[in-house]
Design a protein around this ligand. Structure first.
Ligand code: ADP
Length: 493
């Protein structure tokens, strides 16, 4: 049996109903949606959508698990042990996760195996380590009406966390939300993307196997406008952690604001990759190409604005074009495929519209720009040169394999172009000059700056942006802070 048909069998064998209050909910013929394979354009499975009553049951059971269940009383070290067991179960099924993600998302198998799954497992292990270290402080105060006082803080779980994930890397981004919430002692209702819910359903199966008490981890598959909207509007949700588009982020933030609930929003970017004339050009070309073409460019941190020093501009464009030429578009299950399909027909058309806009506005198409003659939602790796900062393709997030190359004359201008953006998520700098690296890193507005590499992923490193890129930080200690509240206790002695 080929790897693809084994993966399709695996998908068909999954439980595809909501996992709520420790139970798989019954199938429904009313509220269902099809999950389509972006490579074959065929439906893979039909998933039962979580309706309003099911979302309510999930939120109520999550609250009960906190207030009345063993989870609320569980020692941090025991939570850590559960997270470690969960991480191990995920690692044991890493191949299955990677295959399901290739089927669901269209990404080459190698990416799931080398990036998404190891990062997911590492994230659960990282947060397992925090679970028993959530300490407060004791704070000396001068006393109260002549009596001595003891004041201290305790760090408590923020409560029921609604986690809403996007389709580009649902497993890994899901782990960024679920792992810190569980480590902090919260309970979670995860709403996976309707285009790619399969790995989140497998995650629910493994959470059940790991032995999390009922209600601690719920998965409510469904569409955004229905299940997602019901979840963010639910008054029992204490915190919302969302990754997706700025348009949907705005709806989510407005719903959260009505009840002043904290939110973490990660909404994408138009991240600059700045190549200075003193850069190691071999390394820079390889890194910049990875930065825009990995995961078909469907990456929040995709380095889609490529700023190149004018003195090396032409040579660098040639090098990038050579890298693009080496990319092998194809079925994620074929050996040698280095770029898969986009998530759906709508996304492909959106990307192709941007390509047309780039041509219309006068940028020079130097490679790609079309779709190959084959089934599937593919778009060729595409590069535009001679772009100017005001062009649409230099300003808007395309979320596809389209890089826009702009020339700059000096460091000041490079920083000005980089910061002239509605987004501020990530940036990469390519230079061998230590002083320039630190100086520019300090001046570029972004949540994360990588020098001579592309956004290293690591559960220890805080992640997030500002402006249209969102609000707050995930990962590292920031992930614990985002899922806890400080309580101040003062005892008048
Ligand atoms: P895209 O347009 O690329 O699919 P979205 O930001 O719409 O990105 O989707 C990200 C996640 O947000 C998905 O899980 C989606 O189902 C969910 N979503 C979409 N609309 C809403 C909404 N109104 N309320 C809550 N979640 C939503």
């Amino acid at each position: 049996m080929s790897r693809r048909s084994a993966a399709e069998d695996l998908a068909r064998g999954l439980r595809v109903t909501p996992f709520v209050a420790g139970r798989w909910q019954p199938e429904s013929t009313q509220d269902t949606f099809d999950v389509v394979d972006p490579v074959t354009e065929r439906p893979l499975v039909t998933v039962t959508e979580a309706d309003a009553a099911t979302v309510d049951k999930a939120v109520v059971s999550a609250r009960d698990a906190l207030d009345d269940g063993e989870w609320g009383r569980m020692d941090g070290a025991a939570r850590g042990q559960l997270l470690l067991a969960f991480a191990q179960l995920i690692e044991d099924r890493a191949e299955d996760f990677a295959d399901l993600e290739s089927l669901d998302v269209g990404k080459p198998g190698i990416e799931g195996r080398v990036i998404d799954l190891p990062q997911t497992v590492a994230t659960f292990r990282h947060y397992a380590g925090w679970a028993d270290k959530l300490t407060g402080q004791s704070i000396p105060t001068p006393g109260y009406q002549g009596r001595r006082t003891l004041s201290y803080t305790v760090r408590q779980p923020v409560g029921v966390v609604a986690a809403i994930t996007p389709w580009n890397s649902p497993t890994m981004i899901g782990s960024w939300k679920v792992a810190p919430a569980l480590a902090a002692g919260c309970t979670v209702v995860l709403k996976p993307p309707e285009d790619a819910p399969l790995t989140s359903l497998l995650l629910a199966q493994l959470a059940e196997e790991a032995g999390f008490p009922a209600g601690v981890f719920n998965v409510v598959p469904g569409r955004g406008a229905t299940t997602g909207n019901t979840l963010v509007e639910h008054p029992g949700v204490d915190k919302i952690s969302f990754t997706g588009s700025p348009e949907t982020g705005r709806i989510v933030a407005a719903a959260a604001a009505r009840n002043f609930r904290p939110t973490t929003l990660e909404l994408g970017g138009k991240s600059p990759q700045i190549v200075f004339a003193d850069a190691d050009l071999d390394a820079a070309a390889a890194g910049v190409a990875l930065g825009i073409f990995a995961n078909q460019g469907e990456v929040c941190a995709a380095g889609s604005r490529i700023l190149v020093a004018r003195t090396i501009h032409d040579e660098f464009v040639e090098r990038l074009v050579a890298h693009a030429a080496k990319i092998v578009l194809g079925d994620p299950f074929d050996d040698g495929t280095t770029m898969g399909a986009l998530i759906n027909a709508e996304q492909r058309e959106r990307v192709l519209r941007y390509v047309q806009t780039g041509r219309d506005e006068g940028a020079r198409l130097v490679t790609g720009g079309g779709r190959p003659e084959r089934r599937g939602y593919f778009v060729e790796p595409t590069l535009f040169a001679d772009a100017s900062p005001e062009m649409t393709i230099a300003r808007e997030e395309i979320f596809g394999p389209v890089g826009t190359i702009l020339a700059f004359d000096d460091d000041h201008q490079a920083v000005a172009i980089a910061n002239d953006s509605n987004y501020a998520l990530a940036a990469t700098l390519w230079t061998t000059d230590l002083s320039r690296a630190h100086t520019v890193a300090a001046r570029v507005r972004a949540g994360a700056v990588a020098v001579n590499g592309w956004s290293p992923l690591d559960a220890r490193l805080p992640w997030g942006g500002s402006k249209l890129s969102g609000l707050g930080r995930e990962l590292g200690w920031a992930g614990i802070e985002a899922n806890t509240e400080l309580k101040t206790i003062t005892v008048i002695l």
